[in-house]
Write a protein that binds this ligand. Sequence first.
Ligand SMILES: *Cc1c(COP(=O)(O)O)cnc(C)c1O
Length: 369
Amino acid sequence: MIKFLDLQKVNKQYQEELKEAANNVIDSGWYLQGERVKQFETELCNYVGVKNSLGVANGLDALRIILKGYIEIGVMKKGDEVIVPANTFIASILAITDNGLKPIFIEPNINTYNLDISKIEAKITPRTRAIMVVHLYGRVCWSNEIEHLAKKHNLKIIEDNAQAIGAKWQGKATGSLGDAAGFSFYPGKNLGALGDSGAITTNDTKLASVVRIIANYGCEEKYKNTYKGYNSRMDEIQAAFLSVKLRHLDREILHRRKIAEYYIENINNSAIILPSLPNNKEEHVWHLFVVRSAQRDLLQKHLAYKNIETLIHYPIPPYKQVAYKEFKELSYNITERIHDEVLSLPISPVLMETDFEKVVNANNLFINE
Ligand SMILES: *Cc1c(COP(=O)(O)O)cnc(C)c1O
């Protein structure tokens, strides 16, 4: 069986380093808000090329706390609008609605699966305060146009960088392109902890200090609370693991790129639409390798029969979820087509050459009925 993502194998590569990191934390007797988190935050700043970073409990909290930070400093208030792609993972939307803000959905571009930047301006109203771009599947969503729009309409750009650490646009890393960014270090992400973890990056020093307070109960000084905050802190042990894994991230990204290029070159089946290659301004980190097929469910069955595990990212758009009854009248053609047709093939830092050949062969044997 070729697993979609063999996490045990991924972490086994670094077992000795991870054990040493864990032992150091156990020995230190210090488990929260200590030196390891501080060190990882510095490493993340250097890797991304930003002035400030903050370790938090998970990626959803990173996004939620950024928006709450903007509310606390008066940049936005409840009822204001945030533009967001309609085909994102639910966390992007939860971060918006949890803050009493209103998501304004935009269709993605069918070739990149990222928010179609050309459709933003028509949706801007006097209540629009921000654009949340999602670098979906590890592909950067950026352009000169979006920077221009944000400036013209005085909007913040928040990056949901959960899937794209290491991706770049014109040499600049995602997480440093907008005003603030949320990262996820969920175990299955490209930089995965051994549990939940996340981070915020920003060059805005004011926002950085406010989000740091919010993530620690809104507490600025012991037992003095400035904001109604959260308890959302990165564990020392996760920070220690992440420092180990960050050292190997670029090599892992190169392996993902090699697999993606191999799939694109060798999968040749009229029933399967391959992802487009990034343009020359972009560096893609291939968190997911997503193909499309009008017969997606049959393709998935066929691949399972050939012992290849695949997943669907995602079967239901956020605005169609039971949790969001208030959006159930909405409908977006491109988004819904994507959700009906996408299938994620195995891609990971531990997938071997013999595996990716098998994946290619199985895809090429799928018969279009
Ligand atoms: C994983 C993910 C998140 C949330 O991260 P968690 O760490 O699971 O909370 C947010 N946005 C996107 C696009 C994601 O893929």
